[in-house]
Design a protein around this ligand. Structure first.
Ligand SMILES: [Zn+2]
Length: 441
């Protein structure tokens, strides 16, 4: 009997062992850690946590002290030394960890709560605060900051995959600073636990480990609010051809900024140009081809009509700017726009009364809008110089127009929900071409 049991035991181990090693490999392929640089060059910071926490020397990993939940610490860096609640400490770099890291609790830095652990590194210029966190937990906070939590599940999932891919692509951006990603728009905005939302967390969990690859590498996955009808080819926005950033039709008509308008006076244009180093004098004309249907546009526009260059002609100087420069200077929502000059008519006219007298009467006609203004060439839009004249910018979309349009993703997801015929992968394959969607952990 004993031998029989032994054989059964051995057989069990032989069968079970490959399964366990397979399981451990799977287990290891969980969300990787990322290091997020929260603050740099700090001379003082407040630290706390809503669960018991420890302070440790992050070079030796020795615990400096344990603290109860909600104890507040004040860490100062002065004269090349760290001080903890006014007492100097020997450590150069310190770590802060929750005693039970699995708990759904956070470490507070400067009154903001974060998951994961913290590292405070002292450098000549001050302290750098780094949050070490699982990539997917980082996304819990990032995704709802990029897309409203009330939007359809498949749109949120597409956003989660785009944000995850964008983070993995950007991992080396801050190598020299000692962390992976910063917490601002330079990388992706990350403000910790407070920003987390239920549906976004669900979308991150439902797509855990799923990324977009090209040649087996995470793609550069930009996204924007709304394209205004067509997304853009990468080379038309910043000169570099990327096979996965191609212009596609974008069903974003429900977006609030699908169409926008901004009226600016010639004087304001002169002032704003002068403020960025282009004193052109009195604005005489603007050179820009008319916005036409996609595929029919002129040399100063991309195929979808976004502006490559336009010129402002003054009585002292002419300045030629890129579409992106114009967008920044005048705070425009996109570079896909046209302009028209709106010239008010006289509000009063003299009416002859008999042979010798005149009477001034008020008139109330609509302003005169010059639609096909052709002078030297059809691209020259002249300023008339009348009081009250305005230049009306009429545009489409909000953002650079590269990659996924969030309002377009919303529209696609809503259609899928009604017709039950698609998911977040269809959204991603629409906005990012020639990609592979793969679960990597
Ligand atoms: Zn950054």
């Amino acid at each position: 009997m004993k031998i029989g049991k032994l054989i059964i035991c051995l057989l069990f181990i032989l069968v079970w062992m490959p399964l366990t090693s397979e399981a451990s490999v799977q287990g290891a392929r969980q969300s990787p850690d990322v290091k997020i640089g929260l603050w740099e060059k700090q001379s003082s910071i407040f630290v706390s946590a809503d669960a018991p926490f420890v302070l440790l020397d992050s070079d030796t990993h020795k615990i400096i002290k344990k603290y109860d939940a909600n104890v507040k610490l004040f860490i100062v860096f002065k004269n090349k030394q760290l001080f903890l609640n006014d007492q100097p400490i020997k450590s150069k770099n310190i770590g802060i960890e929750l005693e039970n890291p699995d708990a759904d609790k956070g470490i507070e830095i400067n009154k903001k709560s974060y998951r994961g652990s913290m590292e405070i590194r002292a450098a000549v210029s001050g302290m750098t605060v780094i949050n070490k966190i699982l990539l997917d937990q980082y996304l819990y906070s990032v995704v709802p900051g990029e897309m409203p939590d009330s939007w359809s599940a498949e749109a949120l999932k597409a956003q989660a995959v785009a944000a995850r891919t964008f983070a993995l692509y950007s991992l080396h951006k801050h190598e020299e600073d000692g962390f992976d990603l910063c917490a601002t728009t330079h990388c992706q905005v990350y403000t910790g636990k407070k920003a987390e939302k239920t549906n976004a967390i669900q979308a991150v969990d439902d797509t855990a480990g799923i990324v977009m690859l090209y040649n087996n590498k995470p793609i550069y996955a930009p996204f924007h609010t709304t394209s205004g009808g067509y997304t853009e080819n990468s080379e038309d926005v910043w000169g570099t051809y990327l096979p996965y950033l191609r212009s596609v039709l974008d069903d974003d008509a429900q977006a609030p900024n699908h169409h926008w308008q901004l009226d600016i006076t010639p004087l304001e244009i002169q002032r704003k140009l002068a403020a960025v180093g282009h004193p052109i004098g009195n604005l005489q004309a603007i050179e820009l081809s008319p916005l036409q249907k996609p595929g029919q546009n002129a040399a100063d526009r991309t195929t979808t009509g976004r502006i490559k260059t336009m010129s402002f002609i003054g009585d002292k100087d002419i300045v030629r700017l890129t579409g992106n420069q114009v967008r920044n200077i005048f705070s425009l929502k996109s570079t896909r726009f046209d302009i028209s000059m709106i010239v008010p008519v006289d509000k009063k006219i003299d009416v002859p009364l008999g042979d010798y007298y005149k009477k001034e009467i008020k008139v109330d006609l609509p302003p005169y809008q010059e639609k096909n203004f052709i002078t030297d060439t059809e691209n020259i839009r002249r300023i008339h110089g009348r009081t009250g004249e305005i230049i009306s910018f009429s545009g489409f979309g909000w953002g650079h127009g590269l990659g996924m349009s969030q309002w377009g993703a919303k529209a696609m997801a809503e259609k899928f929900a009604v017709n039950k015929n698609g998911d977040f992968k269809d959204i991603l394959n629409h906005y990012y071409k020639n990609i592979e969607i793969k679960k990597i952990y």
